[in-house]
Write a protein that binds this ligand. Structure first.
Ligand SMILES: [Zn+2]
Length: 230
C-alpha cells in the first residue's frame, strides 16, 4: 500500500493544510443546516500530488478533527487515515479524474434540494441569483446506487451537459456540488439548498416566470467574470 511517507515534504505539508480545511468545512455543513447525523461529505484534491482528503465514514460531525480526515488516491484507495473513507469516496475520485479543473466536491442530503431530487425535477431558473450561480436551472442526474463510482459517473455526465452549473441533484438521492476548491463546493451546496427552498416556496404561490436564456447568460457572464466571485 502507498503511504504518505512515499511522498515528499511539500506533499505532506499540503496534506496537513488540506486536512484542516476539509475538517473545518464540515462545520459549515452543520452551520448552514445541510446535513443530519453522519450524512454528507466534503473532499478537496491536492495540487502537489494525485491525492484527495475526504471525511471518514460513519463519524459524527462533533468527532471530526483534521487528523481524522482520510487521504486517498484518485482511485479512492486509502493512503493515510485511521478510519475508512466515506462511502462516496469512489465517486469523488471519479469526479476529480474526469473534471481536471475541479478541486473540491461536496455531497449533502439537504432538505429542499433533496425534495426536488426525490421528484426528479430540476430546479427551474426563476431567480437572478440562479443565473449568477448556476447559469440556469439546477439539473437532475440519474438514479445510481451508492458505493461504487457510478454516482460520480452520473454527476460528471450531467455537469458536462450543464457546464455553468456547479451542482447536480442526483435523482432520489441529493445534491453533489463542485468547485475550484472545497470551500467553493460548499458555497455551491449552500446556494443549491437556498434556491431549492426559495423556488419550492415560489411554486406554492403560483407559476414561475421564466428568465430569458439571453438574460441568464448575461447574468452568469457578469457574475463569474466581472463581479469576480467563483
Ligand atoms: Zn448521499
Amino acid at each position: 500500500m502507498v503511504s504518505l511517507n512515499d511522498f515528499g515534504p511539500e506533499v505532506r505539508a499540503e496534506v496537513k493544510q488540506v486536512r484542516e480545511v476539509v475538517a473545518s468545512l464540515h462545520e459549515q455543513l452543520i452551520k448552514w443546516n445541510l446535513v443530519v447525523w453522519t450524512a454528507g461529505n466534503v473532499s478537496q484534491r491536492l495540487h502537489f500530488a494525485d491525492l484527495m482528503v475526504i471525511k471518514p465514514s460513519g463519524l459524527r460531525y462533533e468527532s471530526l478533527t483534521p487528523e481524522s480526515m482520510v487521504v486517498c488516491d484518485l482511485n479512492g484507495e486509502l493512503v493515510d487515515g485511521q478510519a475508512s473513507p466515506s462511502s462516496d469516496t469512489k465517486s469523488h475520485a471519479y469526479i476529480y479524474r474526469n473534471m481536471p479543473d475541479v478541486y473540491g466536491v461536496v455531497h449533502t442530503h439537504s432538505t429542499y434540494a433533496t425534495a426536488w431530487a426525490a421528484t426528479g425535477q430540476e430546479i427551474p431558473c426563476g431567480l437572478t441569483m440562479m443565473g449568477d450561480e448556476f447559469g440556469g436551472s439546477v439539473p437532475v442526474g440519474p438514479f445510481r446506487l451508492i458505493g461504487s463510482e457510478a454516482i460520480g459517473e452520473g454527476v460528471v455526465d450531467t455537469l458536462k451537459k450543464y457546464p455553468h452549473s456547479p451542482a447536480v441533484l442526483m435523482q432520489n438521492h441529493g445534491p453533489f456540488a463542485i468547485g475550484c476548491d472545497a470551500e467553493a463546493a460548499v458555497k455551491a451546496a449552500a446556494m443549491t439548498e437556498e434556491v431549492a427552498h426559495t423556488m419550492w416556496a415560489a411554486c406554492q404561490l403560483g407559476d414561475i416566470i421564466p428568465i430569458a436564456q439571453d438574460d441568464i447568460d448575461k447574468l452568469n457572464e457578469r457574475y463569474q467574470n466581472v463581479y469576480g466571485q467563483h
